[in-house]
Design a protein around this ligand. Structure first.
Ligand code: C2E
Ligand code: CA
Ligand code: CA
Ligand code: CA
Length: 283
């Protein structure tokens, strides 16, 4: 049954990929590209932070940076949509640099407030093709006097499989530079166990599509449970994302999941809001 389900998901994403190829150069996309370029240069892009909660201790141990675009003409645009446009057009480098800059400046504020949080930044496949990526990140860190170990770089499972030799070299360089690496959206790609074992990653994030329905769908529950075991066998810290209710949080804790993230714990917050939220929780 598990295999049938994986196959179904695989087929679904295959269809999405195909549709993306067709959509790529439509007028709508080209117009979004123009607006997005102006947004990056102007002041329309924001970065918010969602807390990561350690289940064993109840402590907030980190926060994930998530990009936001509030366009005067389009309103709020979903990152899933505009990140994809940025990836298809080479704008992703500027977008990633912006998120790094804002994210690391916020991390400096978290440090100054004594929070001791790790910051997670999402990387796209295209970022991994740039051999200068480690140097780009280090420059931002030095400017803000933050250590590489305070930063987790989240890489989606599917981007790990694109042109493995080239992206693998960047991943090794990031690891050597002292960054912590996480595999994002785990369970939606098709990485083999032996490939996983050889990657220099420290964290595995179970995709929210399995977590959000795990108490209703026994297959999702099995996937979550076995991913936690798999992660622990590989000595990885396992993070569940998309936790939307208390019962799911408790179930994950009882399964030994290390860290959880989701609306039930907190929505993404501005940097000052996050600082206030963490301090309030610790009182
Ligand atoms: P992701 O990396 O898997 O991020 C998690 C997404 O789940 C975020 O959506 C977050 O707001 C949302 N989320 C958090 N908790 C819950 C919950 O309990 N329930 C549900 N249903 N959703 C929850 P968001 O911010 O819309 O981002 C969507 C995707 O866009 C991200 O998925 C990531 O792939 C991409 N993205 C966002 N920010 C960046 C960025 O700065 N750089 C890159 N390259 N990609 C980004
Ligand atoms: Ca992520
Ligand atoms: Ca994810
Ligand atoms: Ca996702």
């Amino acid at each position: 049954a598990d295999i049938a389900m994986y196959n179904a998901k695989w087929q679904r994403s295959g269809v999405e990929l195909y549709r993306d190829e067709i959509d790529r150069r439509t007028p709508a996309r080209l117009s979004m590209l123009g607006d997005l370029r102006a947004a990056i240069e102007g002041d329309e892009i924001d970065v918010v932070f969602q807390p990561k909660l350690e289940l064993g201790t109840g402590r907030v141990v980190g926060a994930e940076a998530l990009v936001r675009w509030e366009s005067p003409t389009r309103g709020r645009v979903s990152p899933a949509e505009f990140v994809r446009v940025a990836e298809d057009t080479g704008l992703i480098k500027d977008l990633t640099d912006l998120v790094l800059k804002r994210g690391i400046a916020a991390l400096r504020m978290f440090d100054d407030a004594g929070l001791g949080l790790r910051l997670a930044i999402n990387l796209s496949t295209h970022d991994l093709f740039d051999t200068k990526l480690p140097a780009r990140v280090l420059t931002q860190l030095e400017y803000n006097q933050v250590q590489p170990s305070e930063l987790t770089l989240e890489i989606t499972e599917s981007s790990l499989l694109v042109d493995a030799p080239r992206t693998r070299a960047t991943i090794d360089d990031l690891h050597d530079a002292g960054f912590r690496l996480a595999i994002d959206d785990f369970g939606t790609g098709y990485s083999s166990l032996s490939y996983l074992r050889r990657l220099p990653v420290q964290e595995l994030k179970i995709d929210q599509s399995f977590v959000s329905g795990m108490l209703l769908d026994p297959q999702d529950e099995v996937i979550v449970r076995s991913t936690i075991d798999l992660g622990h066998n590989l000595r990885l810290s396992v993070v569940a994302e998309g936790v939307e209710d208390e019962a799911t949080l408790h179930a994950l804790a009882s399964m030994g999941c290390d860290v959880a993230q989701g609306y039930w714990i907190a929505r993404p917050l501005s940097a000052p809001e996050l600082i206030a939220w963490v301090i309030e929780r610790r009182r």
